[in-house]
Design a binder for this molecule. Structure first.
Ligand code: 4AD
Ligand code: MG
Length: 437
């Protein structure tokens, strides 16, 4: 007997096959039963005729509730009206576990309830679609960077110091006599590997002990970070543009079905093509002032601050594709940012703001190359010099212009899927008030 997955049924029309899965839904009418089975690759409707199966099989199926583990043997039949285009006429079934009282039913549940049952919620069609988009985004990221000549150089999670600022560090006791911190970003190590390999990237979990309870923040998220030696802010913007457009194209190519389940307006993804507008921070502030003048923004934005979510949403609403805001005030950016040679109060950093209110998906820029400047910055930012000695070595031995960025995978996936909250884009989200399951 051929064991097949539901997404392979089209190759087996007219044949007898075995499908192993779980009951997704069950309808019955008298002498007919219609169990819908899911197996991780799809959902198929089965048709069970009372007289076509043994009485004990009919009886057992009749008691198999949602998420019962069931194997069916039957003939694949093409049916235009069926969701995947095929149904199975069942000749026999075997129940591995009969289930009663599965907590998640087709009725509406509140988000907290679903989050508490995340380990089960993952089986639902919508969650399934989102995580398949994530799978494609991750593959697209790796393929793009590998083809572009970046070498994967993974960076440590346990680190002795802050990268993005001390206020959001998770502290870990490191064998009693030393403290370690969960990495906020692999960037500083990327700068070392970029000097060794030219073009690199790291891709792994990063941690922010942020007390932000927003739809864009996780405390543990996956970040991909490319870094390039002999590169500038403009190179980072060029790369961001090519990178994001290749991800969107790949999602459109591989995930049509899932985007349909998510009711995603795919024209929004088709619009993600270079060139992306490049807007100086000063001009972004002008856009915000105009918005305030027109009464579209409540508060008047003060030059010098970092943008909040409503500001980012407003700026991006003025454009039809992602917008790259560059040259932020150095005072609101990290210690390692290179200053604009033409304006010392500005940093050569860029944030890529996604449309539709998804906000910053990429942050990056050019790194400071001068040893003296960085020594001074460490002091100003109150960072422990000894933990950064190795980093300063990179400025002592062959310091060159270099640049890179970081993209949070979950923010990108939320945007691709067009979903409200980032918590659904990772199998087990970690947030301010959520460490379980
Ligand atoms: O802008 P961030 O903090 O930049 C860095 O960490 C740089 N060191 C990266 C680099 O240049 N190599 O973070 C980069 C991206 C953000 O644009 C966002 O997509 C994501 O990481 N991100 C978060 N995603 C989810 N939850 C959070 N709390 C996030 N914080 C940042
Ligand atoms: Mg940022």
């Amino acid at each position: 007997m051929q064991k097949v997955y539901i997404n392979q049924l089209s190759g087996h029309a007219g044949e007898e096959v075995t499908v192993r899965g779980w009951v997704y839904n069950m309808r019955s009418s008298g002498k007919l039963m219609f169990p819908q089975l899911r197996d991780g690759t799809g959902v198929v409707q089965c048709v069970v005729l009372k007289k076509a199966v043994a009485p004990e099989v009919w009886e057992a199926l009749g008691h198999a509730g949602q998420e019962s583990a069931v194997t069916v043997r039957g003939t694949v039949r093409a049916d235009e009206r069926a969701p995947g285009g095929f149904e199975i006429d069942v000749a026999d079934a075997q129940i591995t576990q009969s289930v009663e009282g599965y907590p998640i039913t087709p009725k509406e549940h509140g988000t907290e309830f679903l989050m508490d049952h995340r380990h089960l919620w993952l089986r639902s069609r919508r969650q399934h679609a989102i995580l398949l988009v994530r799978h494609t985004v991750v593959n697209a990221v790796r393929d793009f960077l590998n083809r572009d000549g970046h070498i994967l150089c993974d960076t440590p999670i346990l680190t002795p110091a802050a990268c993005e600022g001390t206020t959001t560090l998770f502290e870990v006791d490191y064998f009693g006599d030393e403290k370690a911190y969960l990495s906020q970003s692999g960037q500083l190590y990327n700068e070392a590997t970029a000097a060794a390999f030219g073009k690199v990237y790291c891709f792994g979990p990063t941690f922010r002990a942020e007390r932000s309870k927003t739809r864009r923040h996780l405390t543990e998220f996956w970040m991909v970070e490319p870094e390039m030696a002999y590169a500038t802010l403009d190179d980072v913007m060029d790369l961001s543009e090519r990178f994001l457009s290749s991800i969107a194209a790949r999602v459109l190519e591989e995930r049509r079905e899932e985007l349909k389940v998510l009711e995603r307006d795919t024209s929004k993804l088709e619009a993600i093509v270079p060139p992306f507008p490049r807007v100086h921070y000063d001009d972004a502030v002008k856009i915000l002032h105009e918005g305030h003048g027109r009464g579209e923004l409540e508060q008047k934005f003060e030059w010098g601050g970092d943008f909040g979510a409503p500001d980012e949403t407003y700026i991006s609403s003025r454009f039809d594709r992602p917008v790259m805001v560059h040259r932020y005030p150095a005072a609101v950016k990290a210690f390692y940012m290179k200053r604009d040679p033409e304006r010392d109060d500005l940093a050569l950093g860029v944030d890529v703001l996604a449309p539709e209110g998804y906000g910053e998906v990429i942050g990056g820029g050019e790194r400071a190359t001068s040893l003296e400047f960085l020594e001074e910055q460490l002091k100003l930012h109150d960072l422990p010099r000894e933990a950064f000695e190795w980093y300063l070595d990179l400025r002592r031995y062959g310091s060159v212009p270099h640049a890179g960025f970081g993209m949070g995978i979950e923010r990108c996936v939320a945007w691709m899927c067009g979903i409200e909250h980032i918590r659904e884009t990772i199998p087990f989200p970690r947030m301010l008030y959520r460490l379980r399951p």
